[in-house]
Design a protein around this ligand. Structure first.
Ligand code: A2P
Length: 340
C-alpha cells in the first residue's frame, strides 16, 4: 500500500465521484493529494475520516512522488498536466479528450480492452461519458454477429458539463416555476423544461464534436475502424446519468433473446428489461450506481438484421471516475505503474 495518488479537479462534479469511488472501493493507496485551481486552494474535503486540503495545481510540484495522477479538469489543463505527470514517472489517467485519439495513448474500458494498458507510456485515456456505455453494449453484442452500423440518439445529463451546469438547471427550474427571469450562462438556451440538440461545438459536416468523438472513440476501442456510425447528442434537463436509444445493424440477424443472454453475461452491464411491468432503464436509477442499465431490447422493424435498445448509465461514474479508477486498479494488478 505504498501508492500515492494525486487527483486534479477534486472540487468538480466528477472529482466528487472520484472521492466516493476511491473510498467505496478501498483503493489501495497510502496517500491522496487533491488539486484544483487557485480559486479552491485551501478548501477542505473529507476523505476516509480526514480533512484533506485542496491545493492549486502547480505541475512542477503536484505530480512529484505520485504513482497515479487522475486528471479531470479541462482539456487544456490535461494537455499540459498529463505529459508533466508522465515525465516524473507517474501514470496520468486522463478524463479529457486531449489524448483519446492519440495512437500513442491507450483508450481503455477495462471490461473491453484492458490489455491495451500493457503498452502505455505514462498516459492512459478514459473515453467520453457517452462512449463508455455504448462500447460496452456493442462489445457484448458483437459476440453474436459482427456489427455493421450504429445509429444512436443520446439524452445527456447536465452534470456532464460540470457543476456550473448543475447549478444552472436548478436556478432556471426555480426561476421558471416562480415566473421569474431565466438567466443563461453555461448553455446557449434555457435547459430547464427544454432539450438542447447541441453538445459541444459544431463541425463543418453538421455534426457536433461530441457526436464525432463518440464515433471515433467507439471505433478505436472496438478496433472497428470501418464501423458505420451516426449520432445525435441531446442535452436534457436531468442531473445525473446519460441515456441512449441505440439502433444496431448486424451482419446476421440477432434475436432479442440472444442479446439479453449476452448482455446479462457482460461484466458491468445489468439488464432491466420487463416493459410490461414498466421496467426499463431510467437515469434516476442509474445515477450513483456502477452498472450500464440496458432494456427495451427489440427487433428493428425497419431492418431484418437490426436490434434496438435503450440504456442509461451514470456519466460521472462509469462514464468517467469509475472507469478511471478501474483503469488504476488494473495498472496495479498488472504491475504496470511507472518507475518513479
Ligand atoms: P475549481 O473548482 O477550482 O474551478 P466541473 O467540471 O464540475 O466544473 O469541475 C472542474 C474541476 O476542474 C474543478 O475541480 C476545477 O477547479 C478544476 N479545474 C478547472 N481548470 C483547472 C486547471 N487549469 N487546473 C486545475 N484544475 C482545474
Amino acid at each position: 500500500m505504498s501508492i500515492v495518488v494525486s487527483l486534479v479537479g477534486a472540487t468538480g462534479a466528477v472529482g466528487a465521484q472520484f472521492l466516493k469511488i476511491l473510498e467505496q472501493r478501498k483503493f489501495p493507496m497510502r496517500k491522496l493529494r487533491l488539486y484544483a485551481t487557485k480559486r479552491s486552494a485551501g478548501s477542505k474535503i473529507r476523505f476516509r475520516g480526514e480533512d484533506l486540503t485542496v491545493e492549486d495545481t502547480d505541475p512542477a510540484k503536484a505530480f512529484l512522488g505520485a504513482d497515479i495522477v487522475f486528471v479531470s479538469a479541462t482539456t487544456a489543463a490535461s494537455a499540459d498536466y498529463c505529459p508533466a505527470a508522465a515525465r516524473v514517472g507517474a501514470v496520468a489517467i486522463d478524463d479529457s479528450s486531449a489524448f483519446r485519439l492519440d495512437p500513442k495513448v491507450p483508450l481503455v474500458v477495462p471490461e473491453i480492452n484492458a490489455n491495451d494498458l500493457q503498452w502505455h507510456k505514462g498516459i492512459v485515456s478514459t473515453p467520453n461519458c457517452t462512449t463508455v456505455p455504448l462500447a460496452m453494449v456493442l462489445h457484448a453484442l458483437r459476440q453474436a454477429s459482427p456489427i455493421r452500423r450504429v445509429v444512436v440518439d443520446t439524452y445527456q445529463a447536465v452534470s456532464g458539463t460540470g457543476s456550473a451546469a448543475v447549478r444552472e438547471l436548478t436556478d432556471q427550474t426555480r426561476a421558471a416555476l416562480a415566473g421569474g427571469k431565466i438567466e443563461k450562462s453555461v448553455y446557449p438556451h434555457q435547459i430547464a423544461f427544454n432539450l438542447i440538440p447541441q453538445v459541444d461545438t459544431f463541425r463543418e459536416d453538421g455534426y457536433t464534436k461530441e457526436e464525432w468523438k463518440m464515433q471515433e472513440e467507439t471505433r478505436r476501442i472496438l478496433g472497428l475502424s470501418g464501423l458505420l456510425f451516426s449520432a445525435t447528442c441531446v442535452r436534457v434537463p436531468v442531473y445525473q446519468a446519460h441515456s441512449m436509444a441505440v439502433h444496431i445493424d448486424f451482419e446476421r440477424p440477432v434475436e432479442p433473446k440472444q442479446a439479453r443472454v449476452l448482455l446479462s453475461e457482460m461484466p458491468g452491464v445489468k439488464l432491466v428489461d420487463n416493459p410490461e411491468k414498466s421496467l426499463y432503464p431510467l437515469p434516476i436509477q442509474a445515477a450513483d450506481t456502477d452498472d450500464v442499465l440496458v432494456g427495451r431490447i427489440r427487433k428493428d422493424t425497419s431492418n431484418p438484421t437490426g436490434l434496438v435498445l435503450w440504456l442509461s448509465a451514470d456519466n460521472l461514474r462509469k462514464g468517467a471516475a469509475l472507469n478511471a479508477v478501474q483503469i488504476a486498479e488494473e495498472l496495479v494488478r498488472r504491475n504496470l505503474l511507472g518507475k518513479r
